[in-house]
Design a protein. Sequence first.
Lengths: 312, 361
Amino acid sequence: MKGMALMSEETNRQKPGDPMEVWEQWYEAASKGWSNSTNGNAGKTSSPNPFSLYRTWLQGVTRAMEQSQQGTGNPLELWKRWFEATADSWRKAVEISNMGGDSLGLMKQWLDMMDAARAGLLAGMTLPIAPFTFFKQWYDATNETLSAAIGDVIGSDKFMEVSSEFLNDYANLYALIRRTNEDYLHNLQLPTRTDIARVAELLINLEDKVDRIENQLEDVADDAGHGLSQLDDVQQRLAAVESLEQRVGQLEQRLNGIESKLDTLLAAIATLPTRTTEPVKVPSSSRRANRTADAQRQKSQKSQEAEAQAAS
Amino acid sequence: MNTHEGIDASISFEEALKKYKTGIEIIVEGARVNTGQTPKEVIWTKNKAKLYHYIPVVEKVAPVPILLIYALINRPYVLDLMPGNSLVEFLVSKGFDVYMLDWGTPGDEDKNLSFEHYVLDYIPQAAKKVLKCAHAQEFTLLGYCMGGTMSAMYAALFPGKPLKNLILLTAPIDFTPENMGLFGVWTSEKYLNPDLLAEAYGNVPGELIDVGNRMLKPVTNYIGTYVTMWDRILQDKPMDTWLAMSKWVNDGVPFPGAAFRQWIREFYQQNKLVKGEIKLRGRTVNLANITCPVLSIAGTKDHICTVPQAEALMQLISSQDKEFYVINAGHVGLLTGSDAKKTLWPKILNWLQPRSQIAQS
């Protein structure tokens, strides 16, 4: 507060002028005020002064601006000086943090990244002409180093302990708020999410039952369909057997007809006078008929012989 | 004309403003693009889950249909991202009969859904519907990420017919901490208590899961993504694929509490699957029961399912016909994009064709 008062007093005494000068004066006053308030009567600085980082950066920027106004710096030189100024300030920050302990190693890794970016950008010797292009070049130059640095951090036990604690605390807080809201709405006789979820569960259970019934009906239909298809098979086979039987019957009739014709032929052949002594070859059916005729002739001959013997 | 430095000096102020406006709109309003455009019909529903049948566009050449199973986090339309960049569209165009089981968005009433429900109820019933719709006796099961893990468990519990083939894309099987990278640290019993999260949230918010996935590569996921976006806008490159991927990445769904508990406790922390100690409704999941042809694919740049995590399956199954295939890609890059069209898609096609009774012309 003293520092702020000092600052306002000093600026009020100043006439309006160069904004950088005003800013630098405000900064000096605030820095003094910080030192006084933290050190008190001890005399020695025991805690890092956050303004020292900014002081170094501001000095670098001031130098760069003076040079550009004098026309002595080309744009590339300006970039180099900007990097130097910024890198110097970060290097000092690393030294300061080493005193206090950079537990995650972030400051050092940030410095490595800055050095890598400076080397990459300046080696390219091109100046971006659009804000995004500059950002993309910066990203391409720093991406890998930054990813590696963050990867080391998020995989460390220290980070995990902090994250785990945060996650658990947040979950507990969320659960507490949820329970409180549920109780509040319950007291107001208003439905809560739990009530709606309970009704939805009942609907889901009902749907499950309908599903089970549907599955069983489908199984029955499948079985019935399977049975029907088997019945169809049987009926088809029966029909096939019947038609076979009919065809066999027709074949038998035809065969009987052929046999009778053959018998007629044989009988006709048998009554014809024979001109050769060779026996006439007749088919088996006719042979059967001839055998029958022969048997009858033999019978009649025997009966005639018997009658003749009896007469004599 | 655009130069490699981003914006040419000759571009007008209005055009530059327009480009920046486009980028700001995407950041503020999110990616607005149509995804999952391959024509499909719903043939079955159960609770929030829907079973889709993709309408055939050519004559069916394979009598064995394919059932796609995705994870319980994020949405399955990554398998059908956009026309020209869709595994589903590709398979349909090659004459396969394709089905997908979309788990839907769990509500508070679904916080008790566990792997017992998904593996023993949802997948078998979906398979039955697929066979009925396709008039088939057998089917191919294709699982991606956690869906692959669930598919492997289903194959172990229901070996033989009607399961004909099993394809697993970046499916984690072995959860040995040394093989898991950062996930091995974050999910250890020392730091992550899944019971506490499941009790507090009911269903674990998709945003929490998303942060976990993004934190594997925070610079790339939180900054690099938008650097790419701006680069493409300012150089007038096509934005469709970027928009579709951005929409999918930001489209997480809640993870049912009971399943979350199981996933972290029994898989990540106790690694029970490879030990044969996972039990679903008293039935032990023994991966050695898998005897069907298996194709398992992993990506060398995959930080969510590393190669050793997926490869472990090959030592555990009893299949004679099995293949482990590694692609130089990440978890999602393996599935979509120009490289996927040259590597993953033809690989799946060439592996499936002789195993799906392709009709001889």
